[in-house]
Design a protein. Structure first.
Lengths: 186, 586
């Protein structure tokens, strides 16, 4: 027993029993982050997410301005509203970051993802796979007598739905790019 | 200015000179030899050879914190860089401007697991504000200038430039600071005037306001402290401060409540809990400050002035968020408040002060003194009494109970005179920091208030202090315990004192003498004043081994998971019980 009368219940054995009091509803946001295209910048952004315990649902990055050496990182993340605000503020204060856009709140945006699906099938399944590909406007980018590789572009939901339909038909491998997004309008 | 050709190593030195650097703390090694060769051949920059790279970073922190200028560190690749990581992280947590230059293996050997190779930019990416690996000599000087810009603007912090050895040897074109590309990093300095006006309106009617200030005021410069003092005086609002902010408002000032937080003063924590308007200026609602968040100052509107937007709403919801430099925002706040007629709710303030005076009557720092044993609080009271008249007194601390007692019992009337590891809580910070402060202020009185365990973590710096004739006073409150760990174990872990006592301690007097310094041992309260005077009068480094009460606890204390109004207070009766039980156990 402690000689000092610390009431039981409220006291934990940790110095960090300090749960924040913010809302705990989780939201998914798509962030566009324009950065200097320099070595280590992606590691810096990813390190921020892992170091502070934020989620990355999807991440794409590529240079978008060769002359200005700028890359655009599109990251889909989930968290409470307060965490989302923190992520944006933490990204925004990083030295190589030019701008951070929250496409989920800054008005309507288009989000697209490209995916490649390899389907190994014969007979009826081949016909069905091609029919589905047609409905989903997927392209055949490689074919052998036993297989197809389909290329599909669309929202993540559409890509996922196509994958669900291909699975019973012989889906063996998937490659997805993750989301690229732009705000609508001028 | 015409383009100047020089080697990378020459560029490093020239860049430092052009940035106004007078002191570099460092330690040589294979990958920085070309730079050390250049340092050898010039007189503008003084190099302080530390005895461990961690100490170089803490010394640079002490230098930076006491001067307002960035600290500069030069270390070699591999172990040189990894040893510096603790100090770099410390500087990041406490927002200390610091430029760390590291050597690296030649570019053509990077990635080959070469001798003394480490992925320095990879290792330091999360603990620097920004870092660079420079692969072209032509880019070296520009990068160093950008590094100074980033370290010192916005929220200050440590930056690191990793320089491969072949880049140091190769020749290139030197870029002077005014020609350098400083990138696009431009933090917001001026606060939003509408938000400032909203806050001033709230201040005019507030019944129980309190200023809660932090290290940001110190970082913003002396103008910020002056503006803060004026504002506090004019409004007659009470003011408390975090550990990092001590000295921004004078401890002798009438409105001073003392430090707040886990070991803050009773009146300060109660004022925070009961206030109706909390004005956070340059502090960050650290967990040592807030206690239990859902019970943190439940009835107040909260304003938060900070230069770092990510500090706003990080842990505490803010009603008046103001992003900007403290001095600029305070200037605007004062201007708006004056223009609106200098209004405060005087009647309510009077009642608020009456309440605060009642809290003050608790005299939370009173302790049961002893005639036979030196109480650590008493030791600091005497140190304060014998040194507070010295305007040139600088105090550093290590980390633990002694640090909290120093914050409670020593008074700071000026910014930049108190250096302590706040955010990271780095044991071993204080001694090298005192070295850095003394280098910056050769004639000043520099005292490191230490615990024996912390002090041993960087004791090798006795060599540095002797070599450069730095008369730093190491005031060790020796309780032969890891006092704060022991206190937590007593209160929260059933008095099981797991590995929290210091066994096989050295004879500190002999240790001092082995380095050629002076050692003083004091164990009798009656001898304390004379011993402190002996320390102060000695011209040279002193190791003061002050044997204090072994089981003293630091109060007030907000235990974990508790709110500001649930502070534990020192109780002489209870403490007697602890002493008896503790001595059986230990």
């Amino acid at each position: 027993m402690s000689p000092l009368n610390i009431k039981s219940g409220a006291t934990s054995h940790s110095a960090y029993n300090l749960r924040p009091v913010f809302s705990d509803t989780r939201e998914t946001h798509t962030l566009a982050v324009v950065v200097d295209n320099e070595s280590g910048v992606l590691a810096r952004v990813i390190g921020l997410f892992s170091g502070r315990g934020y989620n990355i649902e999807s991440l794409t990055v590529a240079e978008v301005d060769a002359e200005g050496h700028r890359s655009r990182i599109t990251v889909v993340t989930t968290g409470t509203p307060q965490v989302i605000e923190q992520i944006k503020a933490q990204l925004d204060r990083m030295v190589p970051v030019y701008e951070v856009h929250d496409l989920t709140v800054e008005g309507p945006a288009v989000e697209r993802e490209l995916a490649l699906f390899k389907v190994v099938c014969k007979g009826e399944h081949r016909v069905e796979a091609l029919r589905m590909a047609d409905i989903f406007r997927a392209n055949v980018v490689d074919s052998t007598l036993e297989s197809f590789v389909f290329e599909i572009t669309g929202t993540s939901e559409k890509v996922a739905a196509f994958g669900d339909l291909m699975r019973p038909l012989g889906l063996v491998e998937i490659a997805r790019t993750g989301i690229a997004a732009l705000s609508r309008g001028a | 200015m015409t383009a100047q050709q020089m080697t990378g190593a020459q560029m490093v030195v020239q860049s430092l000179i052009d940035q106004g650097v007078d002191t570099v703390f460092g330690y040589p090694g294979g990958a920085v030899l070309p730079i050390y060769d250049e340092i050898f051949q010039q007189q503008s920059i003084k190099h302080i050879l530390v005895r461990h790279e961690q100490a170089a970073t803490h010394a640079a922190e002490g230098y930076a914190r006491s001067t307002g200028k960035p600290g500069v560190v030069l270390v070699t690749s591999g172990p040189g860089a990894t040893n510096a990581v603790t100090g770099i992280t410390d500087a990041l947590m406490d927002s200390i401007p610091m430029i760390v230059l590291t050597g690296q293996v030649p570019t053509f050997m990077i990635g080959s697991d070469a001798f003394q190779e480490a992925d320095t930019v990879g290792i330091t990416r999360p603990c620097t504000k920004m870092n660079w690996l420079v692969k072209e000599t032509d880019e070296l000087s520009s990068t160093i200038h950008e590094a100074f810009h980033i370290a010192t603007s916005g929220r200050p912090g440590p930056v690191l430039v990793d320089i491969p050895k072949d880049v140091q040897f190769a020749s290139g074109t030197y870029t002077p600071p005014n020609k350098a590309d400083l990138g696009h990093y431009t933090p917001k300095i001026k606060g939003d005037i509408d938000e400032i006006t909203r806050l001033v309106e709230a201040m005019e009617t507030a019944e129980r306001p309190v200023f809660y200030t932090g290290g940001g005021v110190i970082n913003s410069g002396t103008a910020a402290s002056q503006l803060l003092r004026e504002f506090v005086k004019e409004t007659n609002f009470p003011i408390t401060s975090t550990l990092m902010g001590l000295g921004a408002y004078p401890a002798s000032g009438e409105n001073w409540l003392g430090m707040l937080g886990m070991h803050g003063l009773y009146e300060a924590n109660w004022a925070m809990h009961d206030c109706d308007l909390m004005i956070n200026i340059g502090a960050r609602f650290d967990d040592r400050i807030t206690g239990r968040l859902d019970a943190f100052s439940p009835g107040s509107k909260k304003a938060h002035v900070d230069i770092d937007p990510s500090s706003i709403n990080k842990v505490v919801k803010t009603d008046f968020p103001i992003i900007g430099d403290i001095a600029h925002v305070l200037e605007d706040m004062l201007r708006v408040w004056k223009a609106r007629g200098r209004k405060t709710n005087k009647a309510a303030l009077q009642k608020w002060w009456a309440q605060i005076d009642d809290w003050r009557k608790i005299r939370c720092l009173d302790f049961k003194n002893s005639k036979t044993t030196i109480k650590p609080q008493y030791a600091l009271q005497r140190l304060e009494a014998l040194t507070k008249h010295r305007k040139d007194r600088f105090v550093t601390t290590e980390v633990g109970q002694h640090q909290m007692w120093a914050a409670q019992y020593l008074g700071f009337d000026d910014p930049h005179h108190w250096m302590t590891s706040g955010g990271l809580g780095t044991m071993g910070y204080g001694f090298p920091a005192s070295v850095g402060v003394q280098v910056a202020h050769p004639d000043a009185l520099v005292i490191n208030v230490a615990g024996e365990a912390s002090w041993l973590m960087n004791m090798q710096e006795m060599g540095t202090a002797m070599q450069y004739k730095l008369p730093v006073k190491q005031f060790i409150l020796n309780n032969e315990r890891l006092g704060m760990v022991r206190q937590w174990q007593e209160l929260l872990h059933g008095e099981r004192y797991s590995s929290s006592w210091s066994e096989s301690l050295p004879d500190f007097v002999k240790l001092a003498e082995a380095f050629g310094a002076k050692g003083i041992l004091c164990s009798d309260p009656a001898d304390l004043d004379d011993a402190i005077m002996e320390m102060l009068n000695y011209d040279g480094p002193v190791l003061f081994d002050c044997l204090v009460e072994k089981h003293e606890n630091c109060f007030p204390m907000i235990p974990s998971g508790k709110a500001h109004n649930e502070m534990l207070m020192g109780d002489a009766e209870t403490q007697g019980a602890i002493d008896a039980k503790g001595s059986v156990l230990v």
